[in-house]
Ligand binder design. Structure first.
Ligand code: OGA
Ligand code: NI
Length: 343
């Protein structure tokens, strides 16, 4: 187990619950009723969403940096991930979530934020209410868990997920290089990036089952990602919303073939607060929605220190600390983690 996974394990509360057997539930149980968030009216759900950027556009780098400042999220086309591979991931994930609940339970993940297997979202221990969600997390080799799900027929799933993850890793590292340059960090001087040894915290397959009462339920509660960057493939069904100052919750409408890219807390700290770590949530829907999130972070011992310059400010807004230390603070303070390390 990597250092980062180890520190998640130490700091997160044990998940007390397992996903519902959604196929057998026809009304929303009390355990899954979320109160309306009166301070966060969904006024912005109809505003224009984050930008769509073509990575093949000669102006892509400038547009990406602009999106990092204004939104902390954008949708990427021209990214080079083969359509067929994206479709294969979708059908392998459908096959997984279509399994009988007893079968999925065989691959139940052990407690901790970033362990492999089937279960509730990693952030669920921070909330009293349960989310209308089932997920499957892949860390390291998917084989052991996949064998539990399909004793004789696991290879297709594993090959697809491993291939997809390696393509996403390359794409993510390409984006990190672009963003590092804007921070005046030379990507070739960052050993883990040069050697492609950043930490893939994992590939999280998310399933939001059909919900009988979507307005009172929650797909994934509001959070920011404990990553440098997260790249997400959404199915055709919309549900992801991002919080935009002045607009409220804004829908990230799926664009066919696009990958949604969002920044996490580490880019926010590195950019001295100039790049947005976007707060996001997923609303429940009447029809099933799938999404696949790939989280990428620097290694646990990487020191995250705000870059100081005329553009990014000359006074550090955040304390300098290691990735591992920050993960520990996030595990304790969750949404307040950034204010805990603020100067
Ligand atoms: C996540 C997440 C968004 C989605 O897994 O952290 O925010 O659309 N997912 O499922
Ligand atoms: Ni997220």
């Amino acid at each position: 187990m990597g250092a980062l996974a180890e520190s998640y394990k130490d700091t997160l509360l044990e998940p007390q619950h397992i996903p519902l057997d959604y196929g057998s539930v026809h009304t929303l149980p009390d355990s899954h009723v979320w109160l309306d968030e009166s301070d966060e009216s969904p006024s912005g759900v109809h505003s224009t969403g984050p930008p769509v950027i073509d990575l093949a556009d000669p102006d892509a780098a400038r547009l990406i940096i602009q999106a990092c400042e204004t939104w902390g999220v954008f949708q990427l086309i021209g990214h080079g991930i083969p359509t067929k591979l994206m479709e294969d991931v979708q059908s392998e994930a459908e096959k997984l979530f279509d399994l009988p609940v007893d079968q999925k339970m065989k691959a139940l993940r052990s407690p901790g934020g970033s362990q492999s297997g089937y279960g509730l979202p990693p952030i669920s221990p921070f909330f009293e209410k349960l989310m209308w969600h089932e997920g499957y997390h892949i860390m390291g080799s998917p084989i052991d868990h996949a064998k539990l799900l399909w004793p004789n027929d696991y290879q297709g799933f594993c090959d697809t997920m491993v291939h997809y993850r390696s393509q996403l890793k390359a794409l993510t590292e390409q984006l990190i290089r672009i963003i590092f340059k804007s921070l005046n960090i030379n990507p070739d001087e960052v050993a883990w990036l040069k050697e492609s040894q950043g930490l893939s915290i994992g590939l999280q397959l998310n399933c939001y089952p059909p919900c009988p009462d979507p307005t009172r339920a929650m797909g994934i509660a509001p959070h920011t990602d404990t990553s440098l960057i997260t790249v997400l493939q959404q199915s055709k069904v919309s549900g992801l919303q991002v919080f935009k100052e002045g607009a409220g919750w804004v829908l990230v409408q799926p664009v066919p073939g696009a990958i949604t890219v969002n920044l996490g807390d580490f880019f926010h700290i590195l950019s001295n607060g100039v790049f947005t770590t976007v707060r996001h949530r997923v609303v429940a829907t009447r029809i099933r929605r799938l999404s696949f999130a790939y989280f990428y972070a620097p290694p646990g011992d990487f020191i995250v220190s705000p870059v100081l310059s005329k553009d990014f400010g000359e006074v550090p807004r955040y304390q300098t600390l290691s990735v591992k230390e920050y993960v520990g603070i996030k595990g304790k303070h969750f949404e307040k983690a950034l204010s805990v390390i603020q100067n």
